[in-house]
Design a protein around this ligand. Structure first.
Ligand code: UDX
Ligand code: ADP
Length: 465
């Protein structure tokens, strides 16, 4: 298939921009795709000869990058040149929760998006389709449009919303076989031409009936609400996990029983120590903020409860460890298995492990942390960012190890924080023999069922058991 678009630029080489552009380049060899970022280290890592050094770990990503990089996929720090050459510019920069001023702690910080819009407006000498890929509050497209037009150039801009629904850890599979692709654009003829140009790109590998087109505002709001609905399911099952622990019901049996109702469905019903990741909390807070700013107090309160429940679950898990260890963990060695917010990613943003660790550190525990993909610097950076204690204190109390055995040897307890497959394969008898007795396992992901931990002698606890 030949495309009307021959040159794409993507601003932001992160978890969204990197894999998404790699797959577009893979599937559309006739389009030149250039991913740019201000972070030189990140771009250097994307260009590293050794594909094990890519800045992002995703199953299958190496192979896709290997096939397209240098052919029609390029990574660069020259943002202006990429914008200038492109007919279509994706904005995939981060939109964290604001940490200052009005909307602090809730609203999305759009400063990076605004900077991109200003840069596009300044550099552009030809017509451009600007695509919002980052998750944005509803009506952001209007602000982008205003900024683009303000330069007063004789250049036409179309602004599309094309939110990303990929989940980390399965990004490549999600991009190859998306449930749907959503494209929002203006309803006039020029807007529809832009929508079609983007739809044609996806149609190279996604069937047309999965490409949904809407107006821009519906598309923007769909992204926030998709994440809010998913997170709500996790909070719902986690709320039940607490009730199960009191009542003798088993949360996995409940999930199985109610998931068979096709109106409810079986996905996203795994009770856990709490959801993490860069999207759920941020997007819900954003939804709450938007609702409240329109005066819709009850709507805001309704969605906020999803987060209240998630914070409770993380706290509850940590408090339970302290309780079971005879109400004190001071000076005790606790092994934490997993630091990433879910398996198959090296991303730690909003990972439940960070908050559980913080709670245990406040109780003066000594933590030994093992994660197959997260680097030690990242663990310390996550703890330092909380600003709960000094950097030297964090390094004194926390040791990041390369071998899980080093974390668990002579530990009083093991806490499973991430559902990495390798954790299921350990020789738990040997782990038990090396631990202090009584030895405890707190399984925050319910992955150790059938490991016979109780029979070996462990005091075993899974969420909702
Ligand atoms: C999410 C959305 O799924 C994706 O569509 C969107 O584009 C970005 O946000 P992601 O944050 O990568 O993706 O991961 P996801 O698989 O949704 O998991 C989020 C969190 O919920 C993880 O911490 C996960 O462990 C937790 N979770 C998920 C549960 O605790 N139980 C479940 O049943 C499912
Ligand atoms: P996401 O998960 O949304 O992809 P990341 O933080 O992984 O978020 O990636 C966003 C990337 O966008 C970062 O690498 C950051 O350096 C880059 N970025 C932010 N603002 C700009 C900008 N104005 N120009 C170029 N790159 C930017």
């Amino acid at each position: 298939m030949s495309h009307t678009i021959k040159n794409i630029a993507c601003i932001g080489a992160g978890y969204v921009g990197g894999p998404t552009m790699a797959v577009i380049a893979e599937k559309c060899p006739d389009i030149k795709v250039t991913v740019v970022d201000v972070n030189e280290k990140r771009i250097a890592a994307w260009n590293d000869e050794n594909l094990d050094n890519l800045p992002i770990y995703e199953p299958g990503l190496k192979e896709v990058v290997k096939g397209a990089r240098g052919r029609n996929l390029f990574f660069s720090t020259d943002v202006d040149a990429a914008i200038d050459a492109a007919e279509m510019v994706f904005i995939s920069v981060n939109t964290p929760t604001k940490t200052y001023g009005v909307g602090k702690g809730m609203a999305a910080d759009l400063k990076y998006v605004e900077l991109c819009a200003r840069q596009i407006a300044r550099v552009a000498n030809t017509d451009k389709i600007v695509v919002e890929k980052s998750t944005l509050p509803v009506r952001t497209a209007q602000s982008i449009r205003t900024i683009l037009k303000a330069e007063g150039k004789a250049v036409n801009f179309q602004v599309l919303s094309n939110p990303e629904f990929l989940a980390e850890g399965t990004a490549v599979a999600d991009l190859h076989q998306p449930d749907r692709v959503l494209i929002g654009g203006d309803q006039d003829a020029a807007g529809q031409r832009a929508v079609n140009a983007l739809a044609d790109i996806y149609a190279g590998w996604v069937s047309r009936d999965r490409i949904i087109t809407t107006n821009v505002w519906s598309s923007e709001l769909s992204k926030l609400t998709a994440n809010a609905f998913l997170a709500q399911r996790v909070s719902s099952i986690n709320a039940l996990s607490a009730l199960c622990e009191k009542s003798g019901a088993d949360v996995e049996e409940i999930a199985r029983a109610i998931g068979r109702d096709s109106r409810i469905g079986s996905k996203f019903m795994k009770a856990s120590v709490g959801f993490g990741g860069s999207c759920f909390q941020k997007d819900i807070l954003n939804l709450v903020y938007i609702a409240r700013s329109y005066g819709l107090t009850e709507v805001g309160d309704y969605w906020e409860q999803v987060i209240v429940m998630n914070d409770y679950q993380k706290r509850r898990f940590a408090a339970n460890i302290v309780n079971q260890l005879f109400n004190t963990v001071s000076g005790k060695k606790i092994a934490m298995l997993g630091w990433a917010f879910k398996k198959d990613t090296n991303d730690t943003r909003e990972s439940a492990a960070i908050y559980v660790a913080d709670y245990l550190l406040n109780e003066q525990a000594e933590l030994f942390i093992y994660d197959p993909k997260v680097k030690p610097e990242q663990v310390y950076a996550d703890l330092d960012y909380l600003n709960t204690r000094s950097e030297s204190e964090n390094r004194r109390l926390v040791t990041v190890v390369n071998q899980p055995g080093d974390a668990m040897k002579e530990a009083h307890a093991v806490a499973v924080m991430t559902e990495w497959d390798v954790f299921k394969t350990y020789d738990w008898q040997k782990v038990y023999d090396d631990m202090k007795k009584p030895a405890f396992v707190f399984d925050g992901r319910n992955i150790l069922d059938g490991s016979g931990l109780k029979e070996i002698g462990f005091m075993y606890q899974g969420i909702g058991r």
